[in-house]
Design a protein around this ligand. Structure first.
Ligand code: DI6
Ligand code: FE
Length: 400
């Protein structure tokens, strides 16, 4: 039993929209779970005997959750960034064999150890800002061995660092050159066959795809989703990032946990997501990097009651971003989310996007994953640009 006392706690739970700020508050933990959260005056006497840590009135939030990353990948695309600044479009570079496919070449060539060594500094940067749960996708291998290699690296990260890693099978990210002209062949021989193998090896927590003109159609993704559902795997989808293919509505109808990006999402997609409880994962780092001007329909999502999450999308092409705090700032400044929505977007709603019910909130029974900030108010987390006020991370009830 441990008590973290003298805190200002932003209580995120399922009873309050946004959060409740409680001063002179304490969190008591029992093992890796929260046993009590609330005013110190209400702390049951039984907990007073536990080890007590005085947090000096600092702000406590749930540990942050980055629910959408491609943080394991070979190489970088700094040169492509330069080309875009010289006028080439993202789609033109992709069609010319650059873009995702250049990261695929680098990822295939890299050993597991090399991928791990290049990913760890990026992971550590996220952790230094209070991240305690991290989602990592495959999608730069595009052959079974390379896709599984990426997910093995993701699992190793979870073993090497105090962070919970959730893995996602994203073989339907792009069509590799060896399958040019044979889309069904790629889906059968790599996307579905690899899903079977990865599932059997315990490497896959969810299945995702890139539903886009330069990637896979809603019909192709539906076939992949049917297969994933037969294996009992939850679904996610990159949808409506560059155009409206109806991907989000299709994903919602399949019961997907989330649809991500959504700049070009229309009314049908919003209604389908609201009906299904599908989380809208907004990725302002990609919006910013692509200098997109079409905003995701935040007001309509809010009005329809669709839960909104934010994530870094950390990837070498469209979001070389390793700051979830900056994603929160961009969510506020670019997408007009309120700071309270931004906090929920990287805690409770991010957990929902991963299908996790035991974290991203501060209530008894939840995992004791906390972030302690040198801050007084949660709005400070969205407000500053490039400043990290993290004081400490508590992972499974332990300071790390
Ligand atoms: N959407 C994105 O923004 C990234 N993947 C995706 O499905 C971009 C991937 C890349 O360009 O490497
Ligand atoms: Fe992505």
């Amino acid at each position: 039993m441990q008590v973290f006392s003298n805190a200002t706690i932003a209580v995120v739970d399922d009873e309050t929209p946004g959060y409740r700020l409680v001063e002179h508050a304490a969190v008591a933990t029992d093992g890796d779970r929260i046993a009590f959260v609330g005013a110190e005056a209400d702390l049951p006497a039984a907990y007073a005997t536990g080890v007590t840590h005085d947090l000096g009135r600092r702000l406590v939030t749930p540990g942050l959750i980055d629910c959408h990353t491609h943080i394991v990948h070979g190489g970088d695309r700094a040169r492509e960034f330069e080309m875009r600044l010289e006028g080439a479009s993202y789609e033109a570079i992709a069609r010319a064999g650059g873009g995702i496919l250049s990261s695929v070449r680098n990822t295939r060539e890299a050993s597991e150890d090399e991928l791990l060594a290049s990913a760890l500094p990026r992971v550590d940067t996220l952790l230094s800002e209070g991240v305690t749960t991290l989602e990592i996708k495959s999608g730069y291998g595009l052959d079974i061995e390379s896709e599984l290699k990426m997910l093995r690296v993701a699992r190793r990260i979870g073993g090497l660092r105090p962070v919970h890693v959730v893995t996602t099978w994203l073989a339907a990210h792009a069509l590799p050159p060896e399958f040019a002209g044979d889309r069904p062949g790629y889906i059968d021989q790599v996307v579905l066959a690899g899903m079977e193998r990865g599932h059997a090896e315990g490497l896959i927590d969810a299945v995702d795809g890139f539903c886009e003109g330069i990637a896979f159609s809603a019909e192709e993704m539906a076939r992949i989703f049917e297969h994933a559902k037969r294996l009992g795997l939850p679904l996610r989808l990159h949808a409506e990032q560059l155009s409206d293919l109806g991907g989000a509505a299709m994903a919602a109808k399949h019961g997907a946990l989330s649809a991500d990006h959504l700049e070009y999402l229309g009314a049908d997609g919003i209604a389908a997501m609201a009906d299904a409880g599908t989380v809208a994962v907004l990725l302002p780092g990609a919006f910013y990097t692509l200098r997109e001007t079409q905003l995701p329909p935040v007001a309509a999502l809010r009005h329809a009651g669709v839960p909104i999450a934010l994530a870094t999308d950390c990837n070498p092409g469209t979001a070389p971003l390793t700051s979830l705090l900056l994603a929160m700032n961009m969510g506020a400044t670019l997408f007009r989310l309120t700071p309270a929505e931004c906090l929920r977007a990287v805690t409770r709603n991010a957990a929902r996007a991963l299908g996790l019910t035991d974290r991203g909130l501060l209530s008894p029974g939840a995992r004791a994953d906390l972030a302690v900030w040198d801050a007084r108010h949660p709005a400070e987390l969205s407000y500053r640009i490039g400043f990290n006020p993290l004081r400490a991370r508590i992972f499974g009830g332990q300071f790390v």
